[in-house]
Design a protein around this ligand. Structure first.
Ligand SMILES: [Zn+2]
Length: 426
C-alpha cells in the first residue's frame, strides 16, 4: 500500500542493550539514576557488561520526498457552523493549528506563520511570550478561539482568554480558581461574556452548575442559573441572540443576550453537531449508535442514516465526512495484559449517507507503522488532520512508550487520489 511505502525504514545500526527499546531522553526513570539497582538485582543499563549488548536495528522514519501543489475547487463550509473542541480550526480559507507554538497555515502556499511574531522570542515564561501557556481546553468559535492559559507557575492563576483570529490578539476573559471545573461553554457577545462553571457548594455539599454573565466593561458577574444536574452550555451568538444547549433534554435553546433565562427550544441534538445556516437546521451524531440526525424543531429529530462504529463527523456545504471503527490493534502491555487500540476508516458521503467513498483506512500489522489521524477538517479538495504514527511490534512494551510513537504535525490527504502530503513543523 502506498501509505506504507512512505515509511522508509532506515537501517541505522546502533549498539543498544538487547532488552531495551531505544531509550528516550525526556522522562527520568529510576534506572537512569546513577548507582540505582532494581529489585531483581539487575544492574543499570549503563553498567551492563559490553558482551550483553548486541546490535539492534533502529527504525527511523524520514519525511518522504514530496512536492507541494494545490488544486482549486472542492468543498466549501460557508453555511456550516459547529462548536468543536479540537486543535485544528479552519477560518476564512486558513488553518489554525494549536500545536506548540500555535501556527496559522496557508493551504494554498504551504506557508506556516507562528502566532508569536517576535523572531527573537523563545516562547517561554522568561521571554514574556504572549502565547506562553495557552493551548488546551480550547473552543473554536467562528472568527475567534476560547483558550485556557495554564498556570505558568504557582504565582499565576489559570485564565480563560479570547483569541481574535483576524489580528491574533488575546483578551483575558476571567480567572479560574482551583475549585472550578470549566466546560468550554463560553460565548462573547459584544461586551457580554457568558460562561458555565462547575463549583463546589459547601452548604449543599454538592457540585453546582452555574450559568454566568459577565459585563466586560464593569467586571460585574451575575449567576443566572444554578443547579446540581441541569447544565446550560452557551454555544454561540448570532447578533444579539445566544444559543445554548442543555444536558438533560438534549435541546438547543435561543435567548436574548440581555434576558438569558427567557429561553425557547429550537432543535434537538444528540452528540456533536453542525448548524446548517442555509437550511436552518442542526445535524448531529449519536456516537453510541452511529446515527446522523437532522433537526428543524425541538420535536424528535429525523434519523437520516446509520453507520456502525461511526463516532465523529464533519460537515461541509456539500458532504458529510466521518470516521468509523472497523477493528482493533492489540498489543501486550508492560503488565502482560492485552491492550486495544481502535482502528478507523475515513469516509466521505452525501448528506443522506449515499455514495460513501473510502478516503483512508488505518492499517495494522505487526512490525509495521500504523498512521493514526486525529480529529480532522476538510477544506477544498483536501482533508487535514494532526497525525501520529505507532509501531506495533507485538512485544511487551517497556512501559516507557514514546519511542514507538512518532508525533508530528499535520497531514493533508487528497480526497480523490488519497495522496498524502506532510505539513511538517518549521
Ligand atoms: Zn513567543
Amino acid at each position: 500500500m502506498k501509505i506504507r511505502l512512505l515509511a522508509l525504514l532506515l537501517g541505522g545500526v546502533l549498539l543498544l542493550p538487547a532488552l531495551s527499546a531505544c531509550r528516550n531522553a525526556a522522562p527520568i526513570y529510576e534506572e537512569d539514576i546513577p548507582g540505582y539497582e532494581s529489585e531483581d538485582g539487575e544492574l543499570p543499563l549503563e553498567e551492563q557488561p559490553a558482551e550483553e549488548q548486541e546490535e539492534v536495528e533502529e527504525k527511523i522514519w524520514i519525511i518522504p520526498e514530496q512536492t507541494f501543489h494545490w488544486r482549486e475547487g472542492g468543498d466549501t463550509s460557508e453555511n456550516m457552523f459547529s462548536r468543536p473542541m479540537r486543535t485544528l480550526h479552519e477560518y476564512d480559507g486558513a488553518l489554525y493549528y494549536f500545536s506548540w507554538p500555535p501556527v496559522r497555515y496557508n493551504p494554498q502556499t504551504d506557508v506556516q506563520i507562528s502566532f508569536c511574531t517576535d523572531p527573537l522570542c523563545t516562547h517561554d515564561r522568561q521571554s514574556k511570550c504572549p502565547f506562553y501557556g495557552i493551548g488546551s481546553s480550547l473552543v473554536l468559535l467562528e472568527d475567534s478561539v476560547i483558550l485556557r492559559r495554564e498556570a505558568s507557575g504557582l504565582r499565576d492563576p489559570d485564565t480563560v482568554e479570547l483569541l481574535d483570529l483576524n489580528d491574533l490578539t488575546l483578551r483575558k476573559l476571567r480567572e479560574i480558581s482551583g475549585t472550578m471545573t470549566i466546560f468550554g461553554g463560553d460565548v462573547v457577545c459584544g461586551d457580554t461574556y457568558i460562561y458555565v462553571n462547575l463549583v463546589y457548594d459547601e452548604q449543599e455539599d454538592s457540585q453546582m452548575y452555574e450559568l454566568c454573565r459577565k459585563d466586560m466593561k464593569s467586571g460585574k458577574v451575575e449567576v443566572l442559573h444554578r443547579n446540581p444536574n441541569r447544565r446550560y452550555v452557551p454555544l454561540f451568538a448570532v447578533g444579539e441572540t445566544i444559543y445554548l444547549s442543555c444536558n438533560e433534554d438534549d435541546l438547543i435553546y435561543t435567548a436574548p443576550v440581555d434576558d438569558l433565562m427567557n429561553m425557547a427550544p429550537v432543535a434537538q441534538t444528540r452528540g456533536n453537531w453542525f448548524l446548517d445556516r442555509a437550511e436552518s437546521c442542526f445535524y448531529s451524531l449519536d456516537s453510541k449508535t452511529g446515527t446522523v440526525y437532522r433537526s428543524t424543531s425541538p420535536e424528535v429529530p429525523e434519523a437520516i442514516f446509520t453507520v456502525e462504529g461511526m463516532d465523529y463527523f464533519y460537515m461541509t456545504d456539500q458532504h458529510i465526512y466521518y470516521r468509523r471503527v472497523y477493528g482493533q490493534a492489540e498489543e501486550m502491555t508492560f503488565y502482560g495484559e492485552l491492550a486495544y487500540h481502535n482502528l478507523y476508516e475515513y469516509y466521505r458521503c452525501d448528506r443522506d449517507g449515499g455514495n460513501a467513498k473510502l478516503i483512508y483506512r488505518e492499517e495494522y500489522a505487526l512490525g509495521e507503522y500504523t498512521y493514526f489521524l486525529r480529529d480532522f477538517v476538510v477544506l477544498g479538495n483536501y482533508l487535514y488532520a494532526p497525525w501520529t504514527m505507532q509501531l506495533f511490534d507485538g512485544e511487551i512494551d517497556d512501559g516507557k512508550g514514546s519511542d514507538k510513537n512518532i508525533n508530528s504535525s499535520l497531514v493533508r490527504i487528497d480526497i480523490e487520489s488519497g495522496e498524502w502530503y506532510y505539513i511538517m513543523n518549521e
